[in-house]
Design a protein around this ligand. Structure first.
Ligand SMILES: [Fe+2]
Length: 291
């Protein structure tokens, strides 16, 4: 027909190009390039593994299940991103810091931004269950100068390796969560309980799929932190106990040597427990490029 440009015929040999041609109207857009590249990789996988129609329907069903398993208390998509190393890779690319600075790790699915404000020295364990732990934190800059007034948000699992928002009927609201401010010396102390390591959730589609594929799904015991201070890059990280047996195969690829600490034997509130002293080193926020 005069004036009509026929579409490229679609075939196994040119499938990715046939799709990408339809995006050329807006080819400078980053989104269009990402979509074309993603589709090209998907087509490559289909050509390599040659799924049957039924097998491809299983793929669609898996993705559907991931969506259905996600709600306000559970984020199955974040779990998929974390367990495939995708979240750790995005952190690595976006938060490279000078030697000595505390590295970022993934935030994970159990963060809540509404941790209650607490005064230094108080306890974040609302049920008192577990081995006592005294945590001392110092926040400083790369020159060793203390950062006063930094906001330190912490959250952790209990002695059974479960977070408060995984057990809304068993743990008190906001158990093992707190928000603190550093003093003039950049310091905060608080009391808690020694967390246990844990398996990532295996009762959903992501855990089931990856467990069947033989992936290790254990996480070493950890304490999570977000540290914010004006003029500095926010630190999102967690720290680990040096004796944890799962340090070498963390399910979400988030153990860094700088984040491994010795938990020492200590008497806490008259009971046998442990203590750990942490130092977080912040870097100044980069100047934003003018546009
Ligand atoms: Fe954790």
């Amino acid at each position: 027909m005069a004036g009509h440009v026929p579409a490229r015929s679609f075939s196994e040999a040119n499938s990715a190009e046939a799709f990408a041609e339809r995006l050329t109207l807006d080819s400078d857009a980053k989104a269009a390039k990402i979509i074309a590249a993603t589709v090209s990789h998907i087509h490559d996988l289909i050509k390599k593994f040659r799924p049957t129609q039924d097998e491809w329907r299983e793929v669609i069903a898996f993705l559907t299940d991931v969506g259905h398993a996600s709600d306000e208390r559970r984020q199955e998509w974040v779990l998929l991103s974390d367990l495939t190393g995708s979240s750790a890779l995005v952190e690595e690319i976006n938060s490279r810091r000078p030697t000595g600075a505390t590295p970022n790790t993934i935030r994970g699915p159990f963060f809540r931004d509404d941790a209650p404000e607490r005064v230094s020295g108080s306890s974040i364990s609302l049920d008192g269950l577990g081995e006592p732990l005294m945590v001392s934190v110092k926040v400083q800059d790369l020159d060793g100068l203390p950062i006063e007034g930094a906001k330190l948000i912490t959250w952790q699992a209990n002695a059974q390796g479960l977070y408060e928002n995984q057990q809304p009927d068993l743990q008190p609201e906001h158990n093992l969560r707190g928000s603190f401010r550093t003093d003039a010396n950049g310091c905060v102390t608080y009391r808690s309980v020694v967390p246990s390591g844990y398996g990532v959730p295996c009762d959903g589609p992501v855990g089931r799929l990856l467990a069947n594929a033989g992936l290790p799904l254990r996480r070493p015991a950890n304490l999570h932190f977000v540290v914010r201070a004006p003029g500095f890059e926010t630190i999102t990280t967690h720290i680990y106990d040096a004796i944890d047996p799962n340090l070498g195969e963390d399910a979400v690829f988030s153990v860094r040597p700088e984040l491994v600490y010795c938990f020492e034997r200590a008497v806490v509130d008259g009971r046998a427990g442990k203590s750990v002293a942490l130092t977080f080193i912040m870097v100044r926020a980069k100047q934003r490029r003018s546009v």
